[in-house]
Design a protein around this ligand. Sequence first.
Ligand code: IPE
Ligand code: IPE
Ligand code: MG
Length: 244
Amino acid sequence: MAEIAASLSKPGGGDQRPRHVAIIMDGNGRWAKNRGWPRLVGHRRGAERVKQIVRACPDLGVNWLTVYAFSTENWKRSTEEVLGLMGIFARYIEREADGLSAEGVRMRFIGGRERLEPKLQRLMAGIEARTAGNTRLNLTVAINYGGRDELTRAAARLAARIGRGEVAEPTEADLADCLDTAGHPDPDLVIRTSGETRTSNFLPFQAAYSEYEFTQTLWPDFTPEHLAEILDRYGLRDRRFGGA
Ligand code: IPE
Ligand code: IPE
Ligand code: MG
């Protein structure tokens, strides 16, 4: 009790809230399999969860939410699953556009876009432009995202900037400025659902000092109440960043 009281009264402790939460939304396939349903049913249910979590974030004090929707490794899955997922992304943007705009959500995407269907690319660019002035919640969706791919593309951009004489001695900030997340704050907290304890190529540069939370809950079962609980636990953490 005394310990909890001490941590609550400590500056930055107890009631600290993560400004930026990133989520590795895992477990859709197992959720469907447990019910004898096709994997895509799990992905559809997962997309419904994203809507709920997005709505809950501002009231929980979260101003930045980044979600991992499709990795550079996920192309290894069946054509049916990949196409199904791409359809879910397109429909999400089409159906949520009005709601997101009205709720003050700024939606952006990270990851390589060239490999995505032109129609999906157009929808992505459209919603980014339409919501660019919103500030209540910054929602970033990682599609065809891989941290190593992002760093490789960033290295090429940085080399071009050095070649043009815009950068002399590159710093960490210069590299960060070449990432897909240029201008975004680093995630304070990364959550992975479904019990897997790995990062699967998610934000290796940006999450270098993030707190991690792994939960057994499968993504289609993950509710705003689960998120609120995790945020409460985060409040008790001591983030030292290498200091004493
Ligand atoms: C996460 O759920 C969604 C994506 C990776 C697209 P999975 O599809 O990985 O679900 P599991 O891990 O097979 O249960
Ligand atoms: C990570 O989940 C990618 C997303 C959640 C989009 P995976 O299910 O693809 O990762 P692994 O295969 O378990 O590492
Ligand atoms: Mg998985």
